[in-house]
Write a protein that binds this ligand. Sequence first.
Ligand code: ADP
Length: 333
Amino acid sequence: SEVVSALADPEERDAEASVRPKRLGEFIGQHRVREQLDLLLQSAVRRGSAPDHILLSGSPGLGKTTLAMIVAAELGSGLRITSGPAIERSGDLAAVLTSLAEGDVLFIDEIHRIAKPAEELLYSAMEDFRVDVMVGKGPGATAIPLDVEPFTLVGATTRAGLLTGPMRDRFGFVAHLDFYDPDELEQVVSRSSRILGVPIADDGAAEIAGRSRGTPRIANRLLRRVRDYAEVRADGVVTRQVARAALRVYDVDELGLDRLDRAVITALVTSFGGGPVGLSTLAVAVGEQPDTVEEVCEPFLVRAGLLARTPRGRVATASGWRHLGKTPPNGIF
Ligand code: ADP
């Protein structure tokens, strides 16, 4: 089941856009980042100049793209959107940079995946608003300097640590987005249901929020699935009971674990006595690739405190045992 995946699904683009906050005042949670951005943007508007380049780091679905769009809206500027993997050659980037209008915001998602030559071109654009475009090949090649209008780069990355040092240093403003707490996710769900015209009870919003793995993208997706259920199997109103019944259909449990997450923790507890067990053995037990278990399931299981990685292998924590309704053995924390 992909219903609790934090990754963007291209087919959901329109659904996501319809509930995306457009201004800073509508953006829920992340109070510190919001306040800092508010100061940065307001002062830039007053001075009439482009603000520092902005780096946003954080897990998928926490609002990096949304904030980039908000930055452009608050500045009243144009926005260009691209991504690291889309920029294969430095010429591609030079074309984008030289076509920017003064004050534009350039959003580069997954900026840590930008190709090396393009990255170097980006340095000079960020620092001096200038790029050297190479024309020709071999000994006859010449660098033609081109001006770039003052712009603001908003870079997004899932982990700031993946960025090279010189790249990170060129951002004057760096912010990290954290997972949201249940209260904030409840606000996300309530706001989205208002926009979508879905009648929802407070306990229904809370139920969805609690299963959303700290991630607004997942909260919005679960809301859409629960709405479908409410319309087809109930009277259209999302109550706690309706949300629970709907999410049972999608195999999403009270903590937001899906079938595979539960299979991992169940195998760990029932087949391996709670561990420690090696990743590949665990993966075979649930019939998945080790990569999938490691990258898709484990980060959330670790964050939820159900599984721990130790030098000797994976172990179930006491909460992991209890989540399956079992008593943890003595000495397990
Ligand atoms: P990212 O770029 O970090 O992967 P997005 O900005 O695309 O995430 O956000 C994913 C979805 O979650 C969007 O539909 C967006 O509207 C919603 N969302 C993210 N952060 C917030 C927030 N703070 N308040 C309300 N909705 C949010």
